[in-house]
Design a protein around this ligand. Structure first.
Ligand code: CTP
Ligand code: CA
Length: 224
């Protein structure tokens, strides 16, 4: 089974992928966000679809141009809360989920319904509350046979932090990218990853285009 030279080794599989940043509303015109470009998640969605999978891509706000095949269903969300709702709905029927999004850890406790005005006011203090952990929630809900993949972006103690997230979120594997590596991270077209699996493997990869990195991730997933 090949299609334009690609093996259709994910045919019949439904894969949930999260991508991009979440935006947490401060008032109608402002939010707390992060630098995630969505490129890694979008590359994963594209490669998984090219290998025959049906994909549900739950995406925060990104500005990359894309032209997906009909087998990718894009669900647009803004906040972590909305992303969780969309993921819970799609995960029930999914064979695997890849949590690539940069989910904001905190959201404003009481977003304002009206624009916060500058004139005559002291600088506001914005109190934050914890967002739900989407990966952990799916990890608790995982049925046997479902594969759950997380990402970790670390600046220090990378391997140890990645493995502790793998365990605490009940993941089957975690993809570490280090912000210390040149050419790896948010807005680049390349990435340098190390994969840790729950069955104890550590698989390092060289710096590659994000499309090839996506294929490496899907290859390791298939071994699980
Ligand atoms: N994640 C998630 N929901 C959150 C936070 C993180 O689903 N509220 C997912 C990310 O998509 C990623 C994994 O959990 O797959 C690890 O994210 P990361 O931010 O590295 O981990 P945290 O547990 O938030 O820990 P910290 O930011 O303190 O390092
Ligand atoms: Ca985090």
């Amino acid at each position: 089974d090949r299609f334009f030279g690609k093996s259709l080794d994910l045919a019949g599989k439904h894969i949930l992928i999260t991508a991009g940043p979440t935006y947490e509303r401060i008032d109608p015109v402002r939010f707390i966000g992060n630098y995630s470009s969505g490129k890694m998640g979008y590359a994963l969605a594209e490669e998984a679809a090219a290998r025959g999978a049906r994909v549900t891509l739950v995406s925060g706000h990104v500005s990359i141009a894309h032209d997906f095949s009909p087998s990718v269903d894009v669900v647009r969300v803004e906040s972590a809360r909305q992303m969780l709702d969309a993921c819970e709905a799609a995960f029930a029927d999914a064979d695997a989920a890849i949590m690539c999004a940069a989910v904001a850890d905190y959201a404003p406790a009481a977003p304002s319904d009206t624009k916060i005005k500058r004139e005559g006011n002291e600088p506001p203090v914005i109190r934050l509350v914890k967002n739900p952990d989407i990966a952990r929630t799916l990890g608790e809900r995982k049925r046997s046979g479902q594969i759950l993949v997380g990402f970790a972006l670390e600046t220090d103690h990378e391997g140890d932090n990645a493995i502790s997230k793998l365990k605490s979120k009940n993941l089957d594997m975690i993809v570490l990218n280090s912000l210390r590596d040149a050419g790896a991270g948010f807005s680049t077209d390349t990435n340098k990853i190390t994969i840790y699996t729950a069955d104890g493997r550590t698989v390092p990869f060289p710096l590659k285009d994000k499309r090839e990195v996506a294929d490496d991730i899907l290859d390791i997933m298939l071994t699980l």
